[in-house]
Design a protein around this ligand. Structure first.
Ligand code: TRP
Length: 355
């Protein structure tokens, strides 16, 4: 079986280190390993509009932001297809047919959508498009014959729902769609990076992000304001690791050579953590270490991004080329679906058949 990878992001803001560690870094690794037949990365503008109907400008602006972040991080359009969702109309048509295979109660049970509805304060005024976006996501995934969906933990319910739709479609109309599988980062702090305030997931709407485009002094100031252990007041006090965002980030971002480079008096995270727990290790030292690690990670991304941002027309050229390619693949799947469903009327007549 072919190995086809697809994933994507909503263009609602610049990408942050939660995106990087939760998905972008593993995408780049996958891309560079090259062990696949096709890799697609989608900028999900149509999905972003499901709760931004009156905010098209924001979504439009962020298509470029996300594309710049992708390219700056090292996603390579020679190796993977970076396209815009709304440029592939077959996805919308597939969504319409899929929606006949999903019940309203099933949609309402989706834990990620539930949480999002609460966060946005929709209560009973949920846009239909928002409640049903998991169906459209099933179209995004199946249109390309995707086998692997590398995503953060919060996207697991979407892939689960997609799998149910694939099962329903194939058993109702015949084996057409490929069963996808989610691939989630194994380290917990990587799968769902907490925000700098420790209050929830890192997200733009909560204002608790460190962006891949942040300037050095902004990064430093954010790192210094990270939520740690509120009872760890004096350096000599014993400190708590659980719920301590500085340590969660260190767990997620520390590299093999980080200690040697930036904090040679410790060998590894275990040593650092036990000193902190014992007392005698101050927050500032921990945060300076984290700051060095994040500055090292973000600097080359930020600089490459700045250079790319000088020629947005070139970025769009890349995206449009990929959209053409994505259209070919999605149209082929849609044609197969319609044939299996028996709504390929033109093809039917052209083949000399009579009704
Ligand atoms: N729901 C994803 C997000 O919020 C974006 C997305 C849309 C996606 N379609 C997808 C992710 C298909 C993976 C596969 O970031």
């Amino acid at each position: 079986m072919e190995k086809i990878i697809l994933t994507g992001d909503r263009p609602t803001g610049k990408l942050h280190i939660g995106h990087y560690i939760g998905s972008i870094s593993s995408r780049i690794k996958l891309q560079n390993e090259g062990d696949f037949d096709k890799m697609y990365i989608m900028i999900a503008d149509a999905q972003a509009l499901t709760d931004n109907a009156g905010n098209v400008q924001k979504v439009r602006d962020n298509i470029l932001n996300v594309a710049l972040d992708y390219l700056a991080c090292g996603l390579d359009p020679q190796k993977c297809c970076l396209f815009i969702q709304s440029e592939v109309p077959a996805l919308t048509e597939m969504t319409f047919y899929f929606s006949n295979l999903v019940t309203l109660s099933r949609l309402k049970r989706n834990p990620t959508v539930k949480e999002e509805i609460k966060l946005r304060g929709f209560e009973e005024s949920i846009p239909v498009g928002f409640l049903t976006y998991p169906i459209s996501q099933a179209a995004d995934i199946t249109a390309f014959g995707t086998t692997i969906v590398p995503v953060g933990e919060d996207q697991k319910p979407m892939v689960e729902q997609t799998r149910e739709i694939v099962k329903a479609f194939n058993s109702t109309y015949g084996q057409v769609l490929t069963m996808p599988e989610a691939v989630i980062p194994k380290i917990k702090s990587q799968a769902r990076l907490v925000g700098i305030d420790g209050k929830g997931k890192m997200s733009k709407s909560l204002g608790n992000c460190i962006y891949l485009s942040d300037e050095p002094e902004v990064i430093k100031q954010k790192v210094m304001s990270i939520y740690t252990d509120p009872d760890h007041i004096k350096v000599s006090d014993p400190g708590k690791i659980e719920g301590n965002v500085a340590f969660e980030y260190l767990d997620a971002f520390v590299k093999e050579d980080s200690f040697e480079k930036f904090l040679p008096e410790y060998k590894n995270m275990d040593e650092l953590k036990s000193h902190y727990k014992r007392g005698g290790l101050g927050d500032v030292k921990v945060k300076m270490f984290l700051n060095n690690i994040l500055q090292e990670l973000i600097a080359p991304i930020r600089e490459k991004r700045k250079a790319l941002a000088e020629h947005p027309e070139k970025v769009y050229e890349i995206l449009f080329r990929c959209c053409d390619e994505a259209n070919l693949a999605a149209n082929a799947t849609l044609a197969k679906m319609k044939k299996a469903m028996g709504i390929n009327y033109r093809e039917y007549f052209a083949g000399g058949n009579k009704f």
